[in-house]
Design a protein around this ligand. Structure first.
Ligand code: 0RA
Length: 686
């Protein structure tokens, strides 16, 4: 599948390396996933293993129920299933090092120096506990209840699931001075657990090769693994994590990374804010425990206008927050507000300060450890345990009181920023209301530049945000005017990362986007800015820019705007990026559009019959949308039947935040370092 970063080489492609920050998935692939055939296997197991097999067979029949999906995300889930068990060993105090290795054949090994999976005979099932853990659903659970566990938390289904969904697994255990092994084919043991020698080490080594009959892709992504392992290093200070990729080497060396954090969460927030200007000298760090709930928080303020709160429960990312985050917000607002009032900081304000004002420029990591976490919400991304709210609120409140008392100059800087935020919010509200009122006065009309579609049904309507008037004109001619609207945008749109909020509502292009989409900004009861989308006029918003450096930059600018001001639309899956082709390969009447170099090479090979000197084969490289006529643009990029659209998703909001600041913010050195670091592995044809 072509991805945007393929559009340019070298440093340039970095401006669009979103697969790394927001996941993008091809809408068409998603449809296919639903109709994926269910694979069934004849079972020829002996009677004693029937219950176990029924379990694993159920996993193979409905993999989605156990690991969420069978796409790349589900594939990586297998790794986390194993790693989580190793992390549990760390949390229980027995494991200091985890090694993850991607092998050349796309199999993967997770090794740890924990206690090792027990190998003694299971009294009821009359076989090795190791075999039980590997072949019985939910049997992996440890029985020491009074420890915090990652595994079993969210999807937590145990290593047996990994076994069920792999064509091959080998496990080796080092325990009590002995080495043991067992191998499996699609969950079925090849032989009983056997002793294979002596050892002075401890730990578990699991190697698995995901089953291509189950997964749409079996290719592990280094960046996806690296991102989570880095996160785990920050969350578990003192734990060493190693990642090695044996699939590619540079100068004879495999690509590898070591993750280790001594400072834990404090280093986490510093890393998140690497591209931002700090407002206070060092992170505020809180670590406390109340009634079996461990609370750990690190927070920083920077000079930006956005808030970035990342939260975890037992090392699992709670992307929708929950009671722990509510407790944190409540304590922060309460203590800072009291401090501000007591010290006369708010005297000059003639409007009420809002909770939101305390969050502007805040970067925080909130991590709690809870014995029996309850996850809520559609994607189970929210902590539900109600007792946690009060506990976090008290722990954070007490610590902040001390911080404010002991650090008056830092406190002043924070409160002055809060006052500034409140003032700006007030100004932005006025600007917004003025703009929105003006819009209403002028009849609430649509922007003059918009070529609207005929349909009034948002579900079937699409809007293309097109770079430049000329490409806009071509798109207008080429479109399906019943369902496709075109809004041309002039040159570079405002960099919202650097602009004050009220400037944004005054910007012509941005006003046009708001009006055309039929959304506006309002405030809820608590004074929080919310996007009102019930009158959204198009369910697909497609960003269509040139396939060159400038085009990528403009796409990034528009995406930054959506991320900062219309994030709800991304979250609801309304935002897409069009993928114009890169090449047209022609020979006589034959012609084929190509989206990457591999496709181009294949087309050239096919048309020339392998003759390298065939100069009747012509390759035309498209740089801009303007190089295509209306018919070509329709055929390649706009026609629902043949086009490729990338849906923009936010896999990891904190990472996306970091990335947008990196690319669009004003700190130059980290941006350079970032581009250089990422360009190294970027290839034209991935
Ligand atoms: C069951 C019980 C115990 C540990 C484990 C499983 C275990 C599983 C995995 C999977 C990867 N690494 C692992 N390490 C340990 C408890 C062991 C004990 O009580 O000694």
């Amino acid at each position: 599948m072509p991805t945007p970063q393929l559009l340019a080489g070298g440093l340039r492609l970095v401006t669009l390396d979103f697969s790394y920050l927001c996941g993008m998935k091809n809408a068409q692939v998603e449809l296919e996933a639903e109709t994926l055939p269910i694979t069934q296997h004849k079972s020829d197991y002996d009677a004693s293993s029937i219950t176990a097999l029924e379990g694993l067979e159920a996993v193979r029949k409905r993999p989605g129920m156990y690991i969420g999906s069978t796409d790349a995300k589900g594939l990586h889930h297998l790794v986390w299933e194993v790693v989580d068990n190793s992390i549990d060993e760390h949390l229980a105090g027995y494991c200091s090092h985890i090694w993850v290795t991607i092998h050349a054949d796309n199999s993967l090994t997770v090794r740890d120096n924990g206690r090792g999976i027990p190998t003694d005979l299971h009294p009821k099932l009359k076989k090795s506990a190791l075999e039980v853990v590997m072949t019985v659903l939910h049997a992996g659970g440890k029985f020491d209840k009074d420890s915090y566990k990652v595994s079993g938390g969210l999807h937590g289904v145990g290593v047996s699931c990994v076994n069920a969904l792999s064509e091959y697994v080998r496990v080796e255990v080092h325990r009590d001075g002995k080495k043991y092994e067992q191998e499996y084919l699609r969950g079925k043991p090849k032989y009983d657990v056997r002793e294979i020698g002596s050892t002075t080490e401890r730990g578990t080594i699991v190697t698995f090769k995901p089953d291509p009959e189950i997964f749409e892709t079996t290719e592990f992504k280094f960046d996806v693994l690296a991102h989570r392992l880095r996160e785990l290093a920050f969350l578990n200070k003192g734990l060493h994590l190693d990642l090695v990729d044996e699939r590619e080497s540079e100068n004879g060396h495999f690509r590898r990374e070591h993750f280790y954090s001594e400072g834990g969460l404090q280093e986490f927030v510093l890393w998140l804010d690497e591209a931002k200007t700090k407002l206070i000298d060092k992170p505020i760090y809180i670590s406390a425990k109340e009634e079996d709930v461990e609370v750990e928080v690190a927070m920083l303020y920077n000079t930006s206008y956005s808030e970035n709160i990342v939260s975890f429960v037992n090392n699992i990312n709670t992307r929708d927050g929950g009671t722990h985050v509510s407790g944190f917000r409540r304590a922060l607002t309460r203590e800072f507000k009291k401090y501000g009032e007591d010290n006369g900081f708010f005297k000059k304000l003639n409007f009420a300060i809002s909770g939101e004002d305390f969050m502007e420029g805040l970067t925080a990591v909130v991590s709690v450890k809870v014995m029996e976490p309850q996850f809520k919400g559609q994607t189970k991304g929210e902590l539900g345990n109600s007792e946690v709210l009060g506990i976090v609120s008290r722990c954070v409140g007490d610590a902040l009181k001390v911080f404010l008392e002991e650090n008056p100059s830092q406190a002043r800087r924070i409160i002055e920023k809060v006052v500034l935020a409140a003032t700006a919010r007030n100004a932005a509200r006025k600007a917004r209301e003025l703009v929105q009122r003006k819009g209403a006065l002028s009849g609430g009309g649509l922007p003059g530049k918009l070529a609207d579609c005929a349909s009034r049904n948002p579900e079937e309507s699409e809007i293309f945000l097109v770079e430049g008037d000329s490409a806009g004109g071509t798109a207008k001619q080429g479109r399906d005017r019943h369902t496709q609207a075109i809004l041309p945008l002039r040159g570079k749109i405002l960099n919202v990362e650097k602009a004050l909020e009220h400037k944004i509502y005054e910007n012509e292009e941005i006003k046009n986007i708001f009006t055309a989409l039929g959304v506006h900004v309002g405030e809820n009861e608590e004074g929080h800015r919310v996007l009102i989308t019930d009158k959204l006029r198009y369910h697909k918003i497609v960003i269509m820019c040139d396939a060159d450096v400038d085009g990528s930059h403009i796409t990034t600018l528009i995406l930054t705007f959506f991320f900062r001001y219309m994030r709800e639309l991304i979250e609801k899956g309304h935002v897409y990026i069009a993928q114009p082709p890169l090449y047209l390969v022609k020979k006589g009447k034959q012609q084929r559009y190509c989206w990457n170099d591999k496709e181009r090479r294949e087309a050239v090979l096919e048309f020339s019959g392998g003759r390298e000197d065939d100069d009747t084969v012509k390759v035309q490289r498209y740089k801009g949308l303007g190089e295509m006529n209306a018919e070509q643009l329709w055929e390649t990029t706009m026609n629902r039947e043949t086009r490729i659209l990338k849906q923009v998703t936010i896999e990891d909001a904190a990472e996306a935040d970091r990335m947008f600041s990196m690319l669009m913010g004003d700190e130059v050195p980290p941006r350079r370092a970032f581009i250089e670091a990422n360009a190294r592995y970027a290839r034209i044809d991935a």
